[in-house]
Design a protein around this ligand. Structure first.
Ligand code: FNR
Length: 189
């Protein structure tokens, strides 16, 4: 693989449709990408009281982000924003001040919802957050996936050919985008 990608599944639910989407993306990713999940469900609620001495779980979390070339957010929209657990994880990653894990870390955003606007409003919030965190984001293509029953199986098999093609292309575009970021900006910069 050329690049490692750490993916965040924004939902903590056992039956998460976004986890299904993430599994599909892992299956459909090109060989240029090595995909691994960055879990965040065991992080406590962030407070800057922790900044002087991050607990081991938070240090491991930040080390997992440092170890990948790019991050991919696969997230539901909750109340027209991102789930609180994901925001908490991003807050942990962004601190202590001066050690923001997302600085210059390329990112992509994708999500699925049973609703017709397919997480578009939540994604806009996430773009705002990642912009502040200085992450170069893939702006196009966008991916708003309306989930219909059986669209993606529990183990990530996509039943619909046009959706499968779209997701395959999304991952290829993401790989190309990461390549362009690192061409323009050496990793050590
Ligand atoms: C939702 N849902 C939802 N859907 C949407 O399209 N826009 C929204 O703002 C919300 N808000 C929302 C809030 C909360 C607290 C819940 C639990 C759900 C519905 C949501 O898309 C649906 O439950 C999906 O199954 C969530 O994705 P995961 O968690 O299954 O991956």
């Amino acid at each position: 693989s050329n690049f490692s990608v750490g993916y965040f599944v924004g939902s903590l639910a056992k039956a998460s449709i976004n986890r299904r989407l993430a599994k599909a993306l892992v299956r459909l990713a090109p060989d240029s990408l090595e995909m691994r999940e960055i879990p965040f469900g065991s992080l406590p609620l962030y407070s800057y009281d922790y900044d002087a001495d991050y607990p081991p779980v938070a240090r491991e979390f930040k080390a997992a982000i440092a170890a990948v070339d790019a991050v991919l957010f696969v997230t539901p929209e909750y109340n027209r924003s991102i789930p609180g657990g994901l925001k908490n994880a991003i807050d942990w990653a962004s601190r202590p001040w001066g050690q923001n894990s997302f600085t210059r870390k390329p990112s992509g955003i994708i999500g699925t919802s049973p609703g017709k606007i397919g997480t578009a409003v939540g994604q806009q919030h996430l773009k705002s957050i990642l912009s502040f965190c200085n992450s170069p984001m893939m702006n196009a293509i966008e991916a708003y996936i309306q989930f219909t029953p059986d669209l993606i199986s529990e183990d990530g098999e996509v039943s619909d050919a046009s959706t499968r093609d779209f997701l395959t292309n999304y991952m290829q575009e993401f790989s190309d985008f990461i390549g362009r970021v690192y061409t323009a900006l050496p990793r050590s910069a």
